[in-house]
Design a protein around this ligand. Structure first.
Ligand SMILES: NC(=O)c1ccc[n+]([C@@H]2O[C@H](COP(=O)([O-])OP(=O)(O)OC[C@H]3O[C@@H](n4cnc5c(N)ncnc54)[C@H](OP(=O)(O)O)[C@@H]3O)[C@@H](O)[C@H]2O)c1
Length: 325
């Protein structure tokens, strides 16, 4: 058990890919976790959480929550010292109705969670944003490595119809505006493409990317990729910025800034038995690479898992869950 024994925190989207890793690590550290999910009667959302090592009825409480239903959020947040706002639709494929499927739950959902947290007297809220609120940003100076000062170009997203980055950008901007105007302590994590062991029974959008690549898909995610990060490191980053009161602002969370082509080449090298396509090296035109993108989190003590290990952990998990033979 950890030093935060019994402190109550709420994790929105606690049954999702990142959310369930975060719940697992918080329980290990001794926190009591209010985890929200969409349907309490669906075993596919509840069972993997209830089966987590060390979880019991007093340290893990499950709440049915809809991001657009304020009262359902209040119930989960009441009594919590901290909130991890992870829930948001994560869809990189084409959507029929961007407003309904992505923008409303991301933006209104964030405001609802922050309002409920403020009303409940929550000390700090960690907001899960994304590199999708940093990239695509075609007007950023071509000779400067992208960092936390860089924001996704909203007009570019609208013109190209890339709605997920727009949803994450507008949601993060709304969160910062709320924090300043209402005086709420928030801190933001901006993860890259998250991969590694899967806890829930369902597969999320980022693990689908590596699965599709191993099956021969030639998509290069031009407007969606800026680097890779291990799911455990993302969960740890959330806890680090929650516990360390010196942590402020945005936190880029990638093992390196890289292109999807770098990742695809490494997957091909490690797993020649699959049909991994040859992709161009520069799949994100103009994106400057660096090993040192996540300086802020490194300074807080995070040691990032390298790309090769992230890929190996992902493939092993996909195999053990039966997605790959
Ligand atoms: N995966 C990545 O590569 C990546 C990278 C950067 C940032 N992120 C961010 O990380 C967060 C979690 O993503 P993930 O990868 O863990 O995907 P995920 O497994 O799909 O998790 C998304 C979570 O949000 C919940 N959710 C979505 N819409 C909701 C609504 N209207 N009401 C209540 N809950 C709702 C989902 O609930 P159900 O499971 O019940 O549908 C799920 O728990 C998101 O904010 C995403 O934008 C992900």
């Amino acid at each position: 058990m950890g030093e935060r024994e019994g402190e109550v925190v709420c994790v929105t989207g606690g049954s999702g890919y990142i959310g369930s890793w975060l719940v697992q690590l918080l329980l290990h550290r001794g926190y009591t976790v209010n985890a929200t999910l969409k349907n309490l009667n669906d075993e596919k959302e509840t069972k993997h959480l209830q089966s987590l090592d060390g979880a019991n009825q007093s340290n893990l409480r499950l709440f049915q929550m809809d991001l657009l239903n304020y009262d359902s959020i209040v119930a989960a947040v009441t009594g919590a010292a901290g909130v991890f706002h992870v829930a948001s639709p994560c869809i990189v494929d084409q959507v029929q109705d961007p407003q309904l499927q992505l923008l409303d739950p991301a933006i209104k959902g964030t405001i609802n969670v922050l309002t409920a947290a403020k009303e409940a007297g929550v000390r700090r809220v960690v907001v899960t944003s994304s590199i999708s609120a940093i990239f695509p940003s075609p007007n950023w100076p071509a000779d400067v490595v992208k960092d936390e000062d860089c924001w996704t170009d909203e007009e570019y997203c609208k013109q190209k119809g890339v709605w997920y980055p727009l949803s994450k950008t507008l949601a993060e901007k709304a969160a910062w505006k709320f924090a300043v105007e209402k005086g709420l302590d928030i801190v933001v994590v901006n993860p890259g493409t998250v991969m590694g062991p899967i806890i829930p029974p369902a597969i999320n959008a980022s693990m689908l990317m590596i699965l599709r690549l191993l099956q021969g898909c030639t998509e290069t995610y031009e407007d969606f990729f800026m680097g890779l990060v291990h799911v455990k490191d993302v969960a740890l980053a959330h806890i680090l910025v929650y516990e360390n009161t010196l942590a402020t602002g945005r936190h880029l969370c990638v093992e390196a800034i890289s292109h999807y082509g770098d990742f695809a080449a490494k997957v091909a090298e490690l797993y020649p038995e699959y049909k991994v396509p040859r992709l161009p090296k520069d799949t994100q035109p103009g994106l400057l690479r660096t090993k040192d993108g996540s300086k802020k989190l490194k300074e807080l003590g995070l040691v990032f898992t390298p790309m090769e290990q992230i890929i190996k952990d992902s493939v092993e998990s996909l195999r053990s869950k039966g997605y790959l033979s």
